[in-house]
Write a protein that binds this ligand. Structure first.
Ligand code: NDP
Length: 288
């Protein structure tokens, strides 16, 4: 079997084209969606992510602004900035680029974002909303994965989904979203004994470990759907995922490549969440 490759780049383009129409509708009614990005410190990877987000906003017609703080910044200055953005009607979504420098308390910063502007879905209220099936904003990476499954007509209900990784931004919300859609979900971590016995039983395998090519062909059930979230830069400068793509594609039914798989969908879902936030703010304004 040779797996069908899920092209995240192509899918991201078509999703963006659909959501562009929603931006146009908002603009026609006098609302330009707005995103504020806060970046603290000089992490080069973070700087690239922020640049990509700003470009993606501009391409779809979302207003964006970046608030940069030095790595020695005081937490209170960032909190003040967020408070001001919370009250700014031009801004519908606020994103704090992670990781923050060590002197910052992540939860204190994230929970200072207004719930209705927390387009990453990391605010503790929004995490609780996701857990209880009352989602306000789906975290972007797992949201992108769910759209990939849906647009490829891959059934989730009743299937065994194995998620490797338990981070707050990928693994845990991914498992919850699959559970919400009726999958039987297993979460594996670095502490899992005999990982292969779990992965070999997965109808849907989502890998988010940051360990280059750790999933080989022998770990995958024939015909399984393999979603590779990992992004790893190798010593030669090239990117690869957590899945050995060339080996696993001979066994799997579907597979996502790296680059060009989940990555482009993540940023697309960030745009979608910002547009959703603007639509909700506009609807609230109309009701008042
Ligand atoms: P974290 O480092 O926060 O979490 C990694 C998880 O993988 C942990 O739960 C860890 O287990 C688990 N893990 C590590 N090694 C193993 C192993 N050998 N076997 C089983 N489980 C293991 O990473 P993130 O969740 O933030 O990111 C994961 C990957 O996804 C990274 O490569 C990152 O760059 C990428 N990423 C990609 C995105 C995209 O848009 N495509 C977006 C976000 C992240 P434990 O908890 O026990 O330590």
């Amino acid at each position: 079997m040779v797996a069908q490759v899920i092209d995240g780049k192509e899918l991201a383009q078509s999703v963006r084209a659909e959501w562009k129409l929603r931006v146009d509708r908002l603009v026609q009614s006098g609302v330009k969606p707005g995103l504020a990005v806060i970046i603290v410190g000089d992490n080069p990877a973070s700087a690239i992510y922020v640049k990509n987000k700003v470009k993606a906003c501009s391409d779809i017609g979302i207003y964006s602004e970046v608030h940069s703080f030095s790595k020695d910044a005081i937490q209170q200055d960032v909190l003040d900035c967020i408070r001001s953005l919370n009250g700014n009607p031009r801004i519908h979504g606020i994103l704090v680029q992670l990781p923050l420098p060590l002197q910052f308390e992540n939860n204190r910063i994230i929970t200072s974002i207004a719930v209705e502007k927390d387009i990453d879905g990391f605010h503790l209220y929004n995490v609780g909303a996701l857990v209880t099936g009352n989602t306000v904003f789906s975290p972007c990476t797992p949201f992108g994965v769910m759209v990939m499954l849906q647009r490829n007509h891959i059934p989730v209900e009743g299937r065994h989904a194995v998620v490797i990784g338990r981070s707050n931004i990928v693994g845990k919300p991914m498992a919850l979203m699959l559970l919400e859609r009726g999958a039987t979900v297993t979460i594996c971590t670095s502490k899992t004994h005999n990982l292969t016995q779990f992965t070999q039983n997965a109808d849907i395998l989502v890998v988010a470990t940051g360990k280059p090519r750790m999933i080989g062909a022998g770990m995958v059930k024939p015909g399984a759907v393999v979603i590779d979230v990992g992004i790893n830069r190798l010593a030669d400068g090239t990117l690869c995922g957590d899945v050995d793509f060339e080996a696993v594609r001979t066994v799997a039914g579907y597979i996502t490549p790296v680059p060009g798989g989940v990555g482009p969908m993540t940023i697309t879902m960030l745009l979608c969440n910002t547009i959703l936030a603007a639509e909700r703010a506009h609807a609230d304004g109309e009701i008042r």
